[in-house]
Design a protein around this ligand. Structure first.
Ligand SMILES: Cc1cc2nc3c(=O)[nH]c(=O)nc-3n(C[C@H](O)[C@H](O)[C@H](O)COP(=O)(O)O)c2cc1C
Length: 340
């Protein structure tokens, strides 16, 4: 029995990857991720010079929301609200970071970039490859990206350009909507090696005492354990349609969550918030939980479960519906609900 996973020609120790963000910003974190038996690490996204302002962040930039809300005395729910844009160093720092990661750790390293003009995407992707990254992820879906950049124009050209310019695998990280499946298909048609589903949503929150928006006063990225439910839907839909691998990301707290994503067709699963909230040990715990499941279900390789739940999915016209008495029953329930 082994957690070893083959992904984009790489052999990973585990399907659990560290997602791009504050836990993948320096070489020491890459070493820790390796000690924790992560499968690979996606480095914090580097922005092109045109977006140099995105390299500095407001402080504080994170807020944990709803962590104290309880239903029936317990809760594993929270929302992580944050405004942290790109890698904080210069591009030269980023190239050095990739080289240092490759020098000091055996863990596969995935560079991550953001730009607008195709030329910048291509130049940056080439540097990521030259510095020794094992793959590259195109962050075209950040909740903080300028709203003027459209998928059909800017980002399709970026995917196409980068795929033509590098030999390492290219992952395209998509947002949670509205057109996830069509965008997966376009990424695939343009030569992407994999899609990463899904980036966080852009949200907003306001403090009722000060009557002002919280933190820096503008929209921010929002995610949490609840994000896995709509992401699982997108992963299942994509897995039923595209042929390139899927790396799922969003809301993972446990091995159970990783297994769910894999049963719906994901090849790897990227985690971040659970590390920010519970620490690096989360990676080992999640790996152990996956192993316990494999032992219990007598699974030798995770290949055996990839997409297994999809065959039991039905189409809307195949859904078994109740009629007659059950309909009356539900009408009564509805009536009771409205009267109370
Ligand atoms: C504070 C923070 C910073 C992030 N920065 C990046 C980033 O630079 N690039 C990127 O592609 N995704 C970024 N993400 C998204 C994560 O990589 C990940 O896809 C997302 O948080 C969902 O996973 P999670 O629910 O396990 O956190 C960031 C997320 C957080 C919370």
């Amino acid at each position: 029995m082994s957690l070893k996973t083959s992904f984009l020609g790489l052999t990973l120790q585990s399907p659990v990857l560290i997602a791009s963000g504050p836990a993948s910003h320096d070489v020491n974190q890459v070493r820790v991720a390796e000690e924790q038996n992560a499968g690979a690490i996606v480095l914090k996204t580097a922005c092109s010079d045109k977006f140099a302002h995105m390299r500095s962040w407001p402080r504080p930039r994170y807020k944990l929301l709803d962590w104290d809300k309880q239903i029936e005395g317990r809760s594993k729910m929270f929302s992580l609200y944050s405004y942290e844009q790109g890698y904080s160093g210069t591009l030269d720092d980023y190239w050095e970071l990739i080289s240092a990661c490759k020098k000091h750790a055996a863990l596969p390293v995935i560079g991550s970039i953001f730009a607008d003009e195709a030329k910048d995407w291509i130049d940056m992707a080439k540097r990521v490859e030259q510095c020794g990254a094992d793959a590259i992820e195109l962050d075209i879906s950040s909740p903080h990206r300028p709203g003027s950049l459209a998928f059909e124009t800017t980002f399709v050209a970026a995917i196409n350009g980068v795929v033509g310019a590098v030999r390492i695998p290219v992952l395209v990280k998509l947002g949670p909507g509205p057109e996830v499946l069509p965008q997966c298909l376009i990424a695939q048609e343009n030569g992407a090696s994999a899609v990463t589903l899904c980036n966080r949503l852009r949200g907003f929150d306001v403090d009722i005492e000060s009557q002002r928006p919280i933190l820096h006063g503008y929209f921010a990225g929002i995610g949490g354990p609840w994000a896995k439910y709509y992401t699982m839907r997108h992963v299942a839909e994509a897995a039923n349609t595209i042929t390139i691998p899927i790396s799922a990301t969003g809301g993972v707290l446990s091995g159970e969550d990783v297994i769910k994503y894999m049963l719906l067709g994901a090849s790897t699963v990227q985690i971040l918030s659970v590390i920010m909230v519970n620490g690096w040990e989360s990676v080992k715990r999640i790996n152990n939980e996956i192993e316990e499941y494999m032992q219990r279900k007598k699974i030798n390789s995770l290949e055996e479960i990839r997409g297994k739940a999809l065959s039991a999915m039905v189409s809307p016209d195949e859904i078994i519906r109740w009629s007659g008495e059950s309909k009356r029953g539900s009408r009564n329930l509805w009536k009771e609900g409205t009267e109370n």
